[in-house]
Design a protein around this ligand. Structure first.
Ligand code: NDP
Length: 318
């Protein structure tokens, strides 16, 4: 079977490509610059890549850029989207590429008859930010939607980009009869395959280098390998549908610090943390639908340990 992965050189997508190749798929992978070894070498070295990985140059903002990539594919995994938590020009840097990029990929899918299902990588950011309280007694599930007006008022630009992109994707898919599934990972960590660092792993570098306070991270933890696996399960399972929250565990700030101290006694973790820190408040996220797909969440202790080991082995801490 042939499938397509957009933004293949990214942190999550690299694991997705690896697991797809492992399962015997042929993968059409899009990258922005196929001549940049930092974006492609780790993919070309994967088992099965020589025989079954095809790299294509494509830009999510260029109309028709994905036509030839998705043609002949049964499944399309759309992961490409800018991931920055701050931006000088949120419209141009985040919102436009997220929304237009998603519609562009879906438009290409609508043109061909081979595509049976599209799995998009949305985010818990598109689920939880609607002004409802986040207290420990609250259970967030797939019926929750982030509110664009709330995101805008709160200047949560990345969150707004993911919320609007998902909304546009559902509208387009419904109008055009596309079988689409949206995956909603929490804060993704775990080992990395690529030689560059992505946004959700950057705080670990700060911590390892002796940060004065805990840098921003959401309290919703999920392992990158689980995220990749869930995308494939959603594609393969004929009865999969709709949205899937992907959060293995929500950690209170105090639990996170305690766990990190136990796991990494050699690292000097900061004592300080303001009450407005995202770890200070917490709630639960339903695992029911994700587990229904057959996903077994990796324990957060394993994920955090593997993240640090991987960053150490890649010399990121030097
Ligand atoms: P990365 O930054 O590692 O990957 C992002 C990918 O998107 C890269 O391949 C990048 O290409 C591509 N991309 C970004 N902007 C553009 C653009 N304008 N045109 C074409 N390609 C573009 O991030 P992650 O792997 O962490 O994220 C992947 C997806 O998962 C995103 O959709 C993100 O929103 C979502 N997600 C991530 C979470 C996390 O904690 N990491 C949590 C929840 C959702 P290039 O390599 O050329 O820059």
């Amino acid at each position: 079977k042939v499938v397509c992965v957009t933004g293949a050189s990214g942190y999550i997508a690299s694991w997705l490509v690896k697991l797809l190749l492992q399962r015997g798929y042929t993968v059409n992978a899009s990258v922005r610059d196929p001549n940049d070894p930092k974006k492609t070498e780790h993919l070309l070295m994967l088992d099965g890549a020589k025989e079954r990985l095809h790299l294509f140059k494509a830009d999510i903002l260029e109309e028709g850029s994905f036509d030839s990539l998705v043609d002949g594919c049964e499944g399309v995994f759309h992961t490409a989207s800018p991931v920055y938590l701050s931006a000088n020009d949120p419209q141009a840097e985040l919102i436009e590429p997220a929304v237009k990029g998603t519609l562009n990929v879906l438009r290409s899918c609508a043109k061909v008859s081979s595509v049976k299902r599209v799995v998009i990588t949305s985010s818990m950011a598109a689920v939880v930010y609607n002004g409802k309280p986040h207290t420990p007694d609250v259970l967030v599930d797939e019926t929750w939607f982030s509110d664009p007006a709330f995101c805008e008022e709160s200047k949560l630009w990345y969150t707004l980009s993911k919320t609007l992109a998902e909304k546009a994707a559902w509208e387009f898919s419904k109008e055009n009869g596309i079988d689409m599934i949206a995956m909603h990972p929490g804060w993704v960590s775990g080992p990395l395959l690529q030689p560059t660092i992505n946004t959700s792993l950057k705080p670990f570098l700060k911590l390892a280098k002796g940060a004065e306070s805990i840098p921003f991270m959401s309290p919703r933890w999920v392992d990158v390998r689980d995220v990749a696996n869930a995308h494939i399960l959603a594609f393969e399972n004929p009865s999969a549908n709709g949205r899937y929250c992907l959060v293995g565990r929500v950690l209170q700030f105090s639990e996170f610090v305690k766990l990190m101290r136990e796991l990494f006694p050699d690292i000097n973790f900061p004592e300080k943390c303001g009450d407005d820190h995202p770890f200070a408040s917490s709630y639960l996220v339903s695992r029911e639908r994700a587990e229904g797909l057959g996903l077994n969440f990796t324990p957060v202790e394993v994920t955090l340990k593997d993240t640090f080991e991987s960053l150490r082995a890649s010399n990121f801490f030097n």
